[in-house]
Design a protein around this ligand. Structure first.
Ligand code: EPZ
Length: 420
């Protein structure tokens, strides 16, 4: 398995271009199952997870051709309805095909996604939502089997904010007969992007971008093209890269309005961030980062996917930081690895208490999930010596060409064939 080898201590200077959003692309790929025909997606990130979802669509009978940051899809012959365990276990977002498959093919067999590095990630809200729309849902040998001759509009309130369950239910409701009233929906930009895409396909959705949406079912939808929004998590990650390595970087082709919470937290830690319409100018001088207290929340709060990257900065900050995770239990697999680099971290329930140190020292470290991986790469940018981050296939799921983007602005980072 590949590894990244990073020599710490080199400040960053230049432009870093943000790719399209992974978490916007994945639901849109599933949504193409709702209307047979041809689609062209642009500003698509070149990522493992996008390739995985494309592979799933091919298994379901669609044609998917990937060119440079574009996808051409044809779902005319997408008539299979089983998402296999071997594939779903590698990427939870595969579960997004449940709603569209029931809506269009009346039946879906989608493997339960299983857990991930930081614990169980249930799909009970997806199932309850489908049942609310009249689907009969059973579990059969690890597969969710959902059936409905015709989904019926209904009222459903999410007990907690769930990005995936909101996306799935939205994609099912748009072709249901009658009206659905969905309350406490997730309002992440990726969900707004999905709802706007569905509307352009002919869906009738009110309240897009708010927690309460009214969906009037239509009899059919038609294919449309789409451009992916920028990746707000990648944007926040590169904010942290400047915080760790120092220097002055323009983060281009991003959407500052989707990154308000992470920009605000970065400013509190002492980074200078100036926002343009589609870029951020980020500077960090010689002064040490300041400690911070952040709590992860559903959008527009501080994103859980940036909890690990900000912890890398907290490890170097002056003072004691407190980072509280409220979305997932135990999303702290990066803590032990950061401590191998010299970070001083203790756990107080779901709060990591980080006593900032003036420096980190290189060591071989291993990642266990996508955002924990990138946290270790960020720490390597600052650690004294040469840090090796192993098992970076996790990274390749969500960060396009990270070593190229960082090398271009002066980081000393290379990808090497790694041992096991
Ligand atoms: C999406 O995952 C993102 N993935 C995650 O990003 C992100 O961390 C998460 O939203 C939260 O923002 C994609 O968009 C592909 P949820 P999702 O449903 O939809 C619980 C990354 O690194 N829950 O909003 O799976 C769940 O356990 C990934 O890019 C239920 O209890 O997250 C969690 O505690 C990691 N039952 C909370 O809700 C359910 O049926 C929020 O999860 C569904 C979720």
């Amino acid at each position: 398995m590949d590894k990244l080898v990073i020599q710490g201590g080199y400040p960053l200077e230049g432009d870093i271009r943000i790719s399209g959003s992974k978490n916007a692309t994945l639901p849109l790929l599933a949504a193409t199952l709702l209307a047979p025909g041809s689609y062209r997606f642009t500003n698509v990130p070149s990522l493992r997870d996008v390739r995985t979802m494309s592979h799933l669509l091919r298994i379901l009978g669609a044609q998917v051709t990937a060119t440079d940051h574009e996808l051409l899809m044809d779902t005319t012959h997408a008539r299979y309805n089983e998402a296999p365990y071997e594939l779903v276990k590698t990427m939870r977002a595969s579960f997004y095909v449940l709603g569209p498959l029931v809506a269009r093919l009346k039946e879906a067999r989608v493997s339960l996604p299983g857990g991930c590095a930081w614990g169980p990630r249930p799909v009970d809200l997806h199932i309850k939502g489908m049942e609310a729309l009249g689907a009969k849902v059973d579990l059969d040998e690890g597969y969710v089997v959902a059936k409905a001759d015709k989904l019926k509009g209904a009222a459903f309130e999410f007990p907690i904010s769930s990005v995936g369950a909101t996306g799935n239910l939205l994609m099912a409701a748009v072709l249901a007969s009658g009206t659905s009233v969905l309350k406490n929906c997730a309002v992440e930009p990726e969900i707004t992007h999905l709802a706007k895409f569905l509307t352009r396909m002919g869906a009738d959705i009110e309240g897009i971008g708010t927690r309460d949406m009214v969906v009037r079912g239509v009899s059919e939808l038609h294919p449309v093209d789409a451009e992916m929004i920028p990746d707000r998590i990648e944007t926040g990650t590169y904010l942290c890269a400047v915080g760790m390595a120092g220097g002055s970087v323009r983060i281009t082709h991003c959407e500052p309005r989707h990154a308000v919470a992470s920009i605000e937290a970065a400013r509190r830690m002492g980074l200078e961030v100036a926002a343009g319409s589609d870029f951020l100018k980020v500077e960090k001088g010689k002064a040490r980062l300041q400690s911070v207290a952040v709590t992860t929340e559903p959008y527009p709060g501080f994103p859980t996917d940036l909890q690990a990257p900000f912890m890398a900065m907290a490890a170097l900050a002056d003072g004691t930081s407190r980072i509280t995770e409220t979305i997932y239990r135990d999303r702290f697999t990066h803590v032990a690895e950061l401590m191998r680099l010299g970070a001083r971290i203790s756990m107080d329930g779901e709060t990591a208490v980080i006593e900032g140190r003036p420096e980190l020292k290189a060591a071989p470290v291993m990642s266990t999930d996508l955002r924990a991986s990138v946290c270790l790469v960020l720490a390597g940018l600052a650690a004294q010596g040469t840090t090796e981050v192993k098992r970076i296939y996790h990274l390749d799921r969500g960060y396009e060409k990270i070593e190229e983007k960082l090398s271009k602005v002066g980081a000393r980072i290379t990808r090497e064939e790694g041992e096991l």
